[in-house]
Design a protein around this ligand. Structure first.
Ligand code: SF4
Length: 150
């Protein structure tokens, strides 16, 4: 009769985890599929190809990478529902923000809050949290303009 019982939940969870989890050996296959997509976009509007390089960099390691002249904290901010203002959504960057640089929009004047932003930031905390910011900040205007021009 035990053969009729459904599998234990932790066994199913383990099987799903194994089947769906990204592994280091998957990186080259992902890169190959993205390369095919860019070779044959089939009418899709795609982000700049540099995004693919950053994406592959991000999934290749758990270590932080270096990005010169990043827009985080200069052209991009991340505001949490509680009003906290961060340079970007990276948990590493948030954790590295000194208490003296922590800010909130609550009771603040945006003209003052964003008045002293740098032209860019050199950052050694690039990670998977960051990678989607590139199409959002740099490519979204191009993609929206391309759509508007159709
Ligand atoms: S953590 Fe990422 S998005 Fe944020 S400033 Fe650094 S590289 Fe840019």
């Amino acid at each position: 009769m035990t053969g009729l019982l459904p599998p234990e939940p932790d066994i199913v969870t383990g099987q799903v985890f194994t089947a769906l989890t990204h592994r280091p050996e998957d990186v080259s296959a992902v890169a190959g599929q993205l390369s095919r997509l860019y070779d044959e976009p089939a009418g899709l509007a795609l982000p700049d190809p540099s995004y693919v390089r950053r994406f592959i960099d991000a999934i290749s390691t758990q270590d932080s990478g270096h990005v010169p002249d990043c827009f985080g904290g200069a052209r991009l901010w991340f505001i949490q529902p509680d009003g906290s203002v961060w340079d970007c959504p990276s948990d590493r960057r948030i954790a590295a923000t000194p208490a003296a640089r922590r800010r909130t929009i609550q009771g603040a004047d945006a003209r003052l809050l964003f008045a002293d932003r740098p032209a860019c930031t050199n950052c050694t905390l690039f990670s998977r949290d960051c990678v989607n910011m590139w199409p959002l900040v740099l490519d979204m205007p191009r993609l929206l303009n391309a759509r508007a021009a159709r």
